[in-house]
Design a protein around this ligand. Structure first.
Ligand code: SAM
Length: 320
């Protein structure tokens, strides 16, 4: 049956060739396909459905293009951020910083673990002086607590050629006592810590009391609660440790006290600086004492420490 003229949809509503082709591909003749389309099209529900479909499609398309735009922006800003970060981290100064950070971490979770197991109160970690009870005007010049790495300590001690049993070991700013107890594994004559933060001093004494005596080559270990500037310098030979303890204002006074003690009783004294103050500052302070000279390490030792140690170590000794 041929479809009557009035059933054929007006030109604007003619089914697209694509749709007609599809209807025809279903086996319908052209006329029948047109009739079917017109009937379907005339139905309100069909038109509504088609409208919804069209608007859904348009919304989807605009959503997609918006998403692409946003993702593109995000990706490009992320790419820029990453590029900035790569540029920042690849500067030699920052590469070195990152490498030292990594060494700190590997020391802490590797080499320091053995000694940490022996502590009653863990010495590892960082404590800000703001959280501690300190009765001293030098609080403002004090550096926050973090313990020495075992590698840095052992390496520094290995640079001292003398028999240690004649020496008193002093840790200026003893914290929780890690350096004191590492020193107790060596045959020092006496070991003294000086700490001005109440809580750290208590922890250090607790650690000293609980440390396995069988491992200690020196059992005369004590930690005093006082400011470093008030500590009376021992009359014996000495190895004095300064592990990132305080600013130049305090160090100046401490060095002056060590200087006058030495002049009254000349003897061998080693100053061991771990993470020292800026080289220029430290050198000028040491030069002013006129009694110390630096110990220079062999090139291979220096290289080994530069590669392995997270900390810089500088050692000076009295001229005698
Ligand atoms: C980086 S920590 C070193 C801890 C310990 N020497 C070690 O190596 O494990 C520095 C310590 O110095 C102490 N300190 C800072 N200024 C001080 C001062 N004027 N007198 C005594 N202790 C001080 C801080 O409380 C802190 O515990």
């Amino acid at each position: 049956m041929r479809p009557s003229q009035d059933l054929v949809p007006p030109p604007s509503k003619q089914p697209s060739n694509g749709l007609m082709d599809r209807l025809r591909s279903l086996g319908l003749k052209r006329g029948a396909a047109a009739l079917l389309f017109t009937r379907l099209f005339k139905k309100k529900s069909t038109r509504k459905l088609m409208k919804m479909g069209r608007s859904g499609f348009q919304k989807g398309r605009s959503g997609l293009s918006k998403a692409t735009e946003i993702t593109g922006q995000e990706l490009s800003s992320r790419a820029k951020q990453t590029a900035r970060s790569i540029k920042h981290h690849s500067k030699p100064k920052n590469l070195n910083k990152d490498y030292r950070k990594l060494l700190h971490l590997t020391q802490e979770i590797g080499y320091d673990r053995g000694i940490e197991k022996l502590f009653f109160i863990p010495a590892k970690g960082f404590i800000s002086l703001d959280e501690l009870t300190i009765d001293s005007p030098n609080r403002q010049f004090g550096h926050n607590y973090h313990p020495i790495h075992r590698l840095s300590f052992n390496w520094a001690m290995a640079q001292i050629p003398d028999q240690l049993d004649k020496f008193t070991f002093v840790d200026y700013g003893a914290g929780r006592g890690r350096a004191l107890l590492l020193a107790s594994l060596l045959p020092f004559r006496k070991i003294i810590g000086v700490e001005f933060a109440n809580e750290l001093h208590d922890d250090a004494n607790m650690n000293i009391a609980q440390f396995p005596r069988s491992l200690m080559k020196c059992r005369d270990v004590d930690c005093l609660l006082m400011d470093a500037v008030d500590f009376p310098i021992p009359e014996t030979r000495g190895v004095f440790l300064f592990n990132d303890s305080f600013d130049r204002e305090v160090l100046e006074t401490v060095l002056a006290r060590i200087g006058s003690s030495y002049r009254a009783n000349p003897r061998r004294i080693y100053l061991v600086f771990v993470r020292p103050l800026h080289a220029k500052v430290l050198d000028s302070l040491i030069e002013r004492t006129v009694i110390f000279e630096p110990i220079y390490h062999s090139k291979s030792e220096k290289m080994r420490m530069q590669i392995l140690s997270p900390d810089q170590v500088q050692i000076f000794r009295t001229l005698i």
